[in-house]
Design a protein around this ligand. Structure first.
Ligand code: F0G
Length: 457
């Protein structure tokens, strides 16, 4: 019998209170924060959907694993367990632990690229782009055509545009030190990449003798979509699909704060021994010795256990259905979102919901602030605030104006999400009255974290 209710495949073992706040308190808090939700105190947030990164709940087995953490400086058994868990899914020859994903990116791109070079990706995440640009190289996004329209239904909107990739590798031959593919495509709506696309991209890269790296933060969610949506995949285990994804690449960067089910951690893994050695040399400068790389032994243990849990089918079935539950409810309310719903988040199309606000008056920011003021729900703008400013200081609209409601793993129940749906409905009813913002203070890069805003009259 098929029951409709999404049963969370866990029961609650320790509780963490969330504090109720009033609209007046939230109005005051967001003014004080310069209308930047990153500046809020988290106690002032009722349902925190700012990110799914490092905000999930660990399992009892992960908490138990923390106790096994061996804090030896070098050669700890926690390191061996971590490396084995990583290599069981991603059999790359070299595994280099880092404190989080961006540290792996920083090391990889510092070792690989510099000015005059270019790194293509389906869509670079903000830290990936910033780490590439910090070396003087160029970060190019090549999403597939279907990804450009939020409303189009397509099973694999995360695919990279292989034709444009091939053209770029041809036109800029010798200037592309690596190609990246982000699974799932976070900045493009949490949309998955198909195995077929990975296979073709892998062949193209091989033909041009350029290594392919996965930005694998949400690899398990991507593999579940492959199992559900791609022809011939439904009988396979997610573990097996993940191994095939890895076999098509030459290396990966990873944030264990996503599909590592941990609160911190990451790694860089690759096959090229020479490049790995250069990366380890950089690792020692900023992260630590190659058997811990900026992580405590207990963190290595939590990640190793998390990697066993994240590929379990019951977990992934619940995870993907729970996200779709929010996406489908918003669609039924007529709230425009990126369709179909991605793996870790629902992305509201603020540009379509608030047509009266031009892109450079930041409709996504206006919507994110309204969701917070009305219901204490914290989302994250992914639009012209995040991507509108370029390294030369110029400003132009991002491809889409989105607000991401990212769902922390194993943290909120269906009734929390029902509340979020009610808050979205209330904000949407009042959408025509919302106004834009202007930036009054911003740093030169990654401005969304620290910019301050003022509402326009
Ligand atoms: N790549 C992708 C696709 C990401 O989503 C992130 C982080 C990173 C790399 C960097 O990893 O945070 O461990 O340094 N994304 C978070 C988010 C911050 O909210 O989407 P990190």
């Amino acid at each position: 019998m098929d029951f409709r209710t999404i049963i969370e495949p866990f029961r609650i073992h320790a509780v963490e209170p969330v504090l109720m706040t009033t609209p007046e308190r939230r109005h005051q808090a967001v003014c004080e924060a310069g209308y930047n939700l990153f500046f809020l105190q988290s106690q002032d947030v009722l349902i925190d959907l700012l990110t799914d990164s490092g905000t999930g709940a660990m399992s009892n087995e992960q908490w138990a694993a923390l106790q096994r953490g061996d804090e030896s400086y070098a050669g700890s058994p926690s390191w061996s367990r971590f490396r084995e868990a990583v290599q069981e899914l991603f059999p790359f020859s070299h595994v280099i632990p880092t404190h989080q994903g961006r540290a792996a990116e920083k090391i990889l791109f510092t070792a690989l690229c510099g000015s005059g070079q270019v790194i293509p990706n389906n869509t670079h995440f903000d830290t990936t782009r910033a780490n590439i640009e910090a070396t003087g190289a160029e970060a190019v996004d090549l999403p597939c055509i279907e990804a450009r329209d939020a409303a189009t239904l397509h099973p694999f909107k995360g695919d990279i545009d292989v034709e444009r990739l091939e053209a770029l590798l041809h036109d800029r031959a010798g200037a592309v030190p690596a190609v990246m593919i982000t699974v799932t495509n976070n900045s493009g709506g949490g949309q998955p990449v198909s195995l077929a696309n990975l296979r073709t991209a892998s062949e193209v890269c091989k033909r041009h003798d350029v290594p392919l790296f996965l930005d694998a933060c949400r690899f398990a969610e991507n593999a579940w979509f492959i199992r559900e949506r791609e022809e011939g995949q439904t009988q396979r285990s997610v573990r097996d699909i993940v191994r095939e994804m890895a076999s098509l690449a030459d290396g990966m960067t990873m944030s264990a704060k996503k599909d590592g089910l941990a609160n911190i951690g990451g790694w860089l893994a690759l096959n090229d021994a020479d490049l790995a050695q250069r990366c380890r040399n950089l690792l020692i400068l900023t992260e630590g010795f190659p058997t811990y790389g900026g992580l405590a032994g207990r963190d290595l243990e939590a990640i190793a256990q998390g990697l066993h849990e994240v590929v379990e089918h019951d977990y992934l079935r619940y995870r993907i259905r729970a996200t779709a539950y929010l996406g489908d409810a918003l669609a039924e309310l007529g709230i425009p979102t990126v369709r179909p719903t991605g793996g870790h988040a629902v992305y509201i199309d603020a540009g379509a919901l608030l047509p009266q606000i031009p892109p450079l008056q930041y409709p996504g920011q206006a919507l994110a602030v309204a969701l917070y003021e009305v219901g204490g729900v914290r989302g994250c703008e992914i639009g012209s605030v995040m991507f509108g400013r370029h390294p030369n200081g110029s400003e132009k609209p991002a491809a889409m104006e989105l607000v991401r409601l990212a769902i922390p793993r194993r943290t909120y129940t269906q009734s929390h999400i029902d509340y979020v749906i009610e808050v979205c409905a209330a904000v949407a009813r009042n959408a025509a009255a919302l106004r834009g913002y202007r930036i009054v203070d911003e740093p030169p890069a990654l401005r969304h974290f620290t910019a301050r805003f003022e509402p326009l009259p």
